[in-house]
Write a protein that binds this ligand. Structure first.
Ligand SMILES: NC(=O)c1ccc[n+]([C@@H]2O[C@H](COP(=O)([O-])OP(=O)(O)OC[C@H]3O[C@@H](n4cnc5c(N)ncnc54)[C@H](OP(=O)(O)O)[C@@H]3O)[C@@H](O)[C@H]2O)c1
Length: 323
């Protein structure tokens, strides 16, 4: 089969599509024919091996498997010994973050505990945009939830992979949404449904004077003492941490800052593939409440160029790869 491979950490130049042996499912695994995958900022992080401390988990020199790709949407082809819940032909989706991240291939073997059924009415292309970034948005909003109709929601860093999903999730709950990112992403944020868009290069949101009921911080640029100034009395703040240092500071200090200022501040504890979140997202997709925004679609043979496109900051929406 054809698969995107890398020999070491580095930029898209270390990637190549190669012929490799088709894997066989072991006990508790399923062989999945990949129908679509999509790229995330986390795929770039795994490619470059950043932050460096994460290489202790990913592999010191090149990453776990040599393969690439987190988001999987496809069909079960064969199941291994002891598998009862899945059959050949079943449509499944998953984030392969803790499953060897090798979805950019014609086939991949995955432990069945990570595989969940794609709901009826959801296309494989739409499903492939969601497992990593869509679920990050959903899980990221939970510590600040539940969002109520009419609440003012600020999404900081709303023009990347996660932000457009977060905007749509907040809009689906009837919120008034303000998206913050660079001006080149204004159209993307508006397409996702943002009522207002703000350029982070022009406005320091922590000195802006505007207060919000809910802040989802995807950019992770400021500490809790600064970000509390964005919150209205009783407001709720949730961070999707990009750095270990800020994760620690939001776990240790943010709850205290929240208590002292009459707000609620904290960070999300993420895990890939929680069944209840995939089911909730599936319902939102099937009903049309959330519609993935696709920047471009590439073949597996052009997956290296797709990575270059994302890495250059040119993507405005999800970058799909279809074997
Ligand atoms: N905490 C966890 O458990 C966990 C788990 C999985 C993943 N993650 C991480 O969470 C992040 C997910 O976000 P994502 O994929 O949406 O990232 P992304 O695609 O990099 O989007 C972040 C956006 O924020 C913008 N930005 C940069 N500086 C800003 C500022 N000062 N103010 C406002 N916006 C700013 C960026 O614009 P520019 O292009 O101009 O920089 C970009 O559009 C990834 O880094 C991922 O690795 C965290």
């Amino acid at each position: 089969m054809r698969a995107l491979q890398r020999e070491r950490y580095g930029g898209p130049e270390v990637l190549a599509v190669r012929e490799v042996a088709t894997p066989r499912p072991g006990p508790g695994q399923a062989l999945v024919r990949v129908r679509a995958s999509s790229l995330n900022t986390a795929d770039l992080d795994l490619l470059y091996g950043r932050p460096r401390i994460a290489r202790i988990g990913y592999g010191l020199r090149r990453g776990q498997s040599g393969g690439m790709g987190l988001d999987l949407a496809g069909e079960v082809v064969e199941v291994g010994e002891g598998v009862t819940g899945l059959r050949p032909g079943d449509r499944v989706w998953a984030d392969l973050f803790d499953q060897g991240h090798a979805a950019l291939a014609e086939y991949v073997c995955v432990s069945v505990v990570a595989l969940h059924p794609i709901p009826d009415g959801v296309s494989v292309a739409d499903a492939a945009t969601v497992p990593h970034s869509g679920l990050l948005a959903l899980q990221g909003l939970k510590p600040a939830g539940p969002i109520r109709a009419g609440e003012r929601v600020l999404i900081n860093g709303a023009g990347g992979c996660v932000g457009p999903f977060a905007i749509q999730l907040a809009k689906a709950r009837g919120a008034h949404v303000t998206g913050v990112d660079e001006s080149a992403k204004f159209d993307l944020m508006r397409t996702a449904g943002a009522d207002e868009v703000v350029d982070y290069a022009a406005v320091d949101i922590t000195r802006w004077g505007r207060r919000f009921d809910v802040v989802l911080d995807i950019a992770d640029t400021r500490g809790p003492l600064a970000m509390r100034r964005c919150l209205a009395p009783g407001g709720r703040y949730s961070l999707i941490a990009r750095r270990l240092g800020s994760f620690a500071s939001y776990v240790l200090f943010a709850p205290l800052v929240g208590r002292l200022t009459g707000t609620r501040m904290g960070t999300m504890f993420w895990k890939p593939n929680p069944a209840e979140y995939l089911a909730e997202f599936g319902t939102l997709l099937a009903s049309g409440a959330v519609r993935p925004i696709v920047d471009s679609t590439w073949s597996l043979e052009n997956a290296v160029t797709a990575f270059e496109h994302l890495d250059a900051g040119r993507a405005r929406g999800k970058v799909l790869v279809v074997p």
